[in-house]
Ligand binder design. Structure first.
Ligand SMILES: Nc1ncnc2c1ncn2[C@@H]1O[C@H](COP(=O)(O)OP(=O)(O)OP(=O)(O)O)[C@@H](O)[C@H]1O
Length: 268
């Protein structure tokens, strides 16, 4: 695949198999992430959402199958070629830990120093720009993670994931632990940044509100594979017990109702 092909998916997973001992987590799983889209990846606990993310970013070697990211197969690259591709990812893990011994500016400057080899002063200048991008005021630059709210920490971790201007952002449960208002603000920020910067997003979530507010498509993991990947409306209409419980149960209906109210008030 040609990396300059604007139509080609930025991630293409085919026939993925992942096992831990005798336990098969993925069996013949297929998935694509299209350029510029926000794809929500959902599924019951233990269906292998995080393992899928880890396989795509190269942290878990699959037992079989083919994963192409930005036109490259990471498993076929040399170490230096791999790190060249990996620099085009931004990853925010659930325990998206910032280093507690570093202030925010130092945390965000770190990838710029380590991977882009920028001088510290330039890296910290860029770090302050990234903080502004995620809506954190300049005075947070010198603060340490432990003095910040959960929402601010998530924003700072997002700023760090964006440090190297990634083509693909991987987010594992980014709104977990946030109150509904903080979570909604994070969703809105994500969409605004994607619209402005044009990256693609692979987003693992349990948060129904996030699916309605931020995702262009939703992929449902079930029975060791992607059962369906489509627009939210089509996924919610899929005849499957887990999907029906999830999307059309009380929480699903509440999220849907909240979203249709907020989108009709935005249109007014
Ligand atoms: N390093 C590991 N060693 C052994 N088993 C593992 C390992 N990592 C994941 N698993 C198993 O793989 C399965 C899928 O795990 P994964 O964390 O991807 O699920 P998930 O869909 O992200 O779940 P959750 O929604 O609860 O976070 C689980 O049964 C888990 O126990």
């Amino acid at each position: 695949m040609n990396t300059t092909d604007k139509q080609a998916p930025v991630i293409r997973v085919e026939g993925l198999v992942n096992r831990f001992g005798s336990k098969t987590v993925h069996d013949d799983l297929d998935l694509t992430l299209e350029r510029g889209e926000i794809l929500g990846v959902v599924g019951g606990s233990g269906t292998g959402k995080s393992v899928l993310l880890r396989s795509i970013v190269g942290l878990k070697r699959p037992d079989a199958g083919r994963i192409e990211v930005l036109g490259e197969r990471l498993d076929q690259l040399s170490d230096s070629e791999r790190s060249r591709v990996e620099r085009r990812f931004g990853v925010l893990f659930q325990q998206g830990a910032l280093f507690s011994s570093l202030n925010l500016q130092e945390n965000i400057a770190l990838p710029l120093i380590e991977h882009a080899h920028l001088p510290r002063e330039d890296a910290e200048y860029l770090a302050r720009i990234k903080l502004a991008l995620v809506g954190l005021s300049p005075d947070t630059a010198l603060q340490y993670p432990q003095s910040l709210s959960g929402g601010m920490i998530k924003r700072a971790a997002l700023a760090r994931a964006l440090a190297l201007d990634p083509d693909i952002l991987f987010l594992d449960e980014p709104t977990a632990g946030l109150d509904p208002i903080g979570a909604a603000a994070f969703d809105e920020l994500l969409v605004t940044l994607r619209d402005a910067l044009g990256f693609s997003v692979f987003l693992v979530t349990h948060d129904l509100d996030t699916l309605y507010a931020a995702c262009d498509r939703v992929a449902v993991l079930s029975q060791k594979r992607v059962l369906v990947a489509d627009t939210l409306e089509r996924v919610a209409a899929t005849d499957d017990d887990w999907i029906q419980d999830y999307f059309n149960g009380p929480r699903g209906r509440a999220a849907q109702g909240a979203h249709s109210t907020s989108s009709s008030s935005t249109q007014e």
